[in-house]
Write a protein that binds this ligand. Structure first.
Ligand code: SD4
Length: 321
């Protein structure tokens, strides 16, 4: 399937794929396509795990992580723990193009975004509020934070530092059924590569938690001399292995994209056999592939592909290893 231009993105986020394609075919750059494609998911609240109104943290707030990478210049823009701004990947691009920096976080990232003209608004919705209150009710039972029965009138927070037993530390924070970060790789006819991600991260995270998605080499990576990759899943674990960087480097060495993605997954699996995650990648000849780790409830990973041959967004599925 060596055909360019090519768009590959995680999960069956068809509208994001279509928007990226439209952007590219109306003269936009690969960066425009990644930005517009991922923002489509921020607007649509893809699966509740991209954009506003999803994955409330321990205090009930939704915060966003996003990044974008230019594979020609190796520039990156990223935001983590972004608050009150819906268009996280737009802010990431502003970081890349309007500052000398790579990664802005938290309240300061929101101030930067406001100064750049992005609208400030509450990211909480009825849905995210009810996810939060349900979790409070269920988890303020005797929990790992407290050895005593909690006062039911009190919430779980604020966070108290504590030594988590290793088993707890290894427990996945990402709910397999509420997890779908968009990660996208776009390669145009001339072989320019861009990649990006956008997510609201992990449900009930400790405030300040930033996942893999905005980290170059972890959430996504692009290098126009080799290809691009993006990851989704348990970012707390995955970011330790830079799976997107690894996949791109393996493709540079001549590995087939499916093999490169598999190797990136296998590397994590060796240490965390039960981790939940998937990687997509594509090389500059227009070949692409994906891989995922098989865990109970997750044996296949759906992703989207659009190229000149398909001419419509096609959903493909890979069997997890
Ligand atoms: C994170 N990787 O913040 C993201 C979440 C995700 O599918 O991809 N879920 O850890």
């Amino acid at each position: 399937h060596a055909v360019l231009p090519l768009i590959v993105n995680t999960w069956p986020f068809r509208d994001a794929t279509a928007t990226a394609w439209k952007t590219l075919s109306s003269g936009g750059s690969v960066l425009d396509a990644v930005e517009k494609g991922c923002s489509q998911c921020e607007i649509d609240q893809c699966d509740g795990s991209v954009g506003y109104g999803g994955s409330p943290d321990e205090t009930g707030e939704t915060t966003l992580d996003a990044m974008i990478m230019n594979g020609d210049t190796m520039e990156v823009g990223a935001v983590g723990d972004l608050r009150r701004i819906k268009n996280a990947i737009g802010v990431a691009r502003a970081v890349m193009e309007r500052t000398k920096h790579t990664f802005l976080v938290g309240e300061s990232a929101s101030v930067f975004a406001e100064n750049m003209g992005f609208t400030t608004e509450d990211l909480t919705t009825n849905t995210s509020f009810s996810i939060f209150t349900k979790w409070l009710q269920e988890n303020c039972q005797p929990n790992y934070r407290q050895n005593v029965s909690p006062d039911p009138s009190k919430s779980c927070g604020p966070y108290k530092p504590h030594a988590l037993p290793q088993q707890r530390r290894r427990h996945q924070l990402i709910d397999i059924h509420a997890h779908d970060t968009i990660g996208m790789v776009v390669i145009d006819q001339a072989g320019h590569v861009a990649a990006g991600t956008s997510t609201n991260g992990a449900r009930h995270k400790v405030p300040g938690r930033v996942g893999d998605s905005p980290i170059a080499g972890a959430g996504a990576y692009a290098d126009s001399t080799a290809g691009g990759a993006a990851a989704t899943g348990n970012g707390d674990v995955m970011m330790r292995f830079l799976p997107s960087y690894l996949a791109v480097e393996l493709m540079r060495g001549g590995a087939d994209p499916s093999v490169a993605c598999k190797t990136a997954i296998t590397r994590i699996k060796r240490h965390f056999p039960g981790f939940f995650g998937a990687v997509i990648c594509a090389n500059t000849t227009g070949s692409y592939g994906a891989a995922c780790n098989k865990v109970p409830g997750f044996s296949q990973f759906p992703y989207m592909v659009f190229n000149q041959k398909s001419n419509v967004p096609i959903q493909e599925t890979v069997d997890c290893i």
